[in-house]
Design a protein around this ligand. Structure first.
Ligand code: MG
Length: 374
C-alpha cells in the first residue's frame, strides 16, 4: 500500500481540456490584473467575503435547528460540495480555482428555510417574475451587493456567471469545471441527506437496504471489515457512498475525455458524470429520499409553517416599505416594493426570520437589521 505522502499533491499542470485562467472572457467592469492572484481565485475570495455567503451558516439544507445539531447547514453542504468537486477536479487535472469558485457560489441565492422558503417566495412574487434560488444567486452577485466602489455586485468572471446561469436554464453544455461542481453537489446531498436522516432517526439501515446503491456499498464495506454493529456499518457505508460515486465519476469521465484536446472540444456533450449504472442507482436513491425524508411528515409539517412565516414578513414589508433597511430603498424605487420585500425576506437566515416574526408579534420595535446589510 502507498503511504499518504506518496500520492501526488496539487496538480502542477492542467489537462488540455481544462479551462485555463488566462483565457477568461473577463469581467463586465474591466479591472487590472491582481499582482499575485489568478482571476478565479479573486472570484472565490469575493464570494467567501460577501454577506450572502456568511448567511449560509444559518440557513437550513434539509433540517432546521429543531432537529438537533448533527445535520448539515447550507454552508457546510457548500463546503462539502467544494471539497468533493476539488477532489474530482484535481484528479482530472481541471482548473481547481474555477471549480472552487463555482462550488462556493452555487447555493448563495437560497432563502431561509430551503426549498420551502423558496416555494413560498415564488408564490408571493408570482406577478413580478417569481423567485428561484439560482436566479437569486445571480441577482446577488451582479446587482445587490454594494461593497465595491467601482461596480455593483461582485463583478465576477464571465465563466462563473455563465456557470450559474446554466443552473437555471440547463441549456448547452457548460465548462468541465462547472460540470464538476454540479456533480459534486449531487454526490454531496445524496450522501449527507442519508447520513443526517439516519442520525436524526428518520431513516433506518433496514429501509435503506431497499436501495441498490446502499446495498452495493454494504457489500463493499462487509468485504473490508467484519463484525461491525449496525451503527458502525451505517457510518462506514455513508463514507463509502462518497467513495463509490467519486471513483465512478472519475473512471467514467476519464473514458469520455480520452483524446479530447481542448476545452471547447470537451463541450460537445456532458463529460463529468457518473456511469449509466451508478446514475440509475443515484436516481433510485433520490426517489427514496424524496419519499422517505423530504416528504417525511415532520419535514412536511415544517414546510407549511414556513410558508406562513415567509408570507407574514413579506406582507408586512409590502404594506410598510419605509420599515425596510435603507439599503433596500433603491430596489423599492426601481423594481417595486414586492421585489424589495422579496430580497429582504430572502436575505434573512432561519434565525433572523424567526426573530423578525417575534418583532412582528411584539409590534416591530427596534429594527433587527443593520441599516445597510447588503
Ligand atoms: Mg447545493
Amino acid at each position: 500500500m502507498k503511504r499518504e505522502n506518496e500520492i501526488p499533491a496539487a496538480a502542477s499542470f492542467m489537462a488540455p481540456y481544462a479551462f485555463p485562467s488566462s483565457e477568461t472572457a473577463g469581467r463586465r467592469y474591466p479591472e487590472p490584473p491582481h499582482p499575485y492572484r489568478q482571476p478565479f481565485q479573486r472570484d472565490r475570495d469575493r464570494i467567501i467575503h460577501c454577506a450572502a455567503f456568511r448567511r449560509l451558516s444559518e440557513k437550513m439544507q434539509v433540517f432546521t435547528a429543531e432537529f438537533g445539531n448533527y445535520h448539515r447547514t447550507r454552508l457546510t453542504h457548500t463546503l462539502e460540495v467544494s471539497c468533493i468537486a476539488r477532489t474530482i477536479g484535481r484528479a482530472l487535472l481541471l482548473n481547481e480555482d474555477l471549480i472552487e469558485a463555482a462550488a462556493l457560489l452555487h447555493d448563495i441565492g437560497h432563502s431561509p428555510f430551503g426549498h420551502a422558503g423558496e416555494a413560498a417566495l415564488n408564490t408571493l412574487l408570482q406577478d413580478c417574475g417569481g423567485f428561484e434560488h439560482n436566479a437569486q444567486a445571480l441577482r446577488i452577485v451582479e446587482k445587490l451587493v454594494r461593497r465595491y466602489v467601482n461596480f455593483p455586485g461582485l463583478n465576477l468572471s464571465k465563466e462563473i456567471l455563465d456557470g450559474q446561469s446554466y443552473k437555471m436554464t440547463k441549456q448547452g453544455v457548460p465548462l468541465l469545471e462547472i460540470q464538476t461542481a454540479d456533480i459534486a453537489d449531487s454526490i454531496a446531498y445524496d450522501t449527507h441527506d442519508v447520513d443526517d436522516a439516519v442520525e436524526i432517526g428518520l431513516l433506518t439501515a433496514g429501509q435503506l437496504i431497499q436501495t441498490p446503491l446502499w446495498k452495493r456499498s454494504v457489500k463493499r464495506v462487509r468485504q473490508l471489515f467484519s463484525g461491525l454493529d449496525d451503527t458502525e456499518l451505517c457510518r462506514a457505508v455513508i463514507r463509502d457512498l462518497i467513495e463509490i460515486q467519486v471513483s465512478d465519476v472519475l473512471t467514467a469521465s476519464a473514458i469520455r475525455l480520452e483524446g479530447i484536446s481542448s476545452h471547447s472540444e470537451a463541450r460537445r456533450t456532458m463529460m463529468i458524470a457518473p456511469s449509466a449504472d451508478i446514475a440509475g442507482q443515484k436516481k433510485e436513491m433520490e426517489q427514496f429520499l424524496l419519499e422517505n425524508v423530504y416528504r417525511h411528515p415532520s419535514v412536511m409539517l415544517h414546510r407549511r409553517r414556513v410558508a406562513e412565516w415567509i408570507e407574514t414578513i413579506f406582507d408586512f414589508y409590502v404594506s410598510q416599505p419605509d420599515r425596510l433597511p435603507v439599503s433596500y430603498l433603491p430596489i423599492v424605487h426601481i423594481e417595486g416594493i414586492k421585489r424589495a420585500a422579496g430580497d429582504f425576506t430572502a436575505d434573512q437566515t432561519d434565525r433572523t426570520l424567526r426573530a423578525e416574526l417575534l418583532r412582528y408579534k411584539n409590534g416591530f420595535g427596534k429594527p433587527l437589521s443593520p441599516k445597510n446589510p447588503l
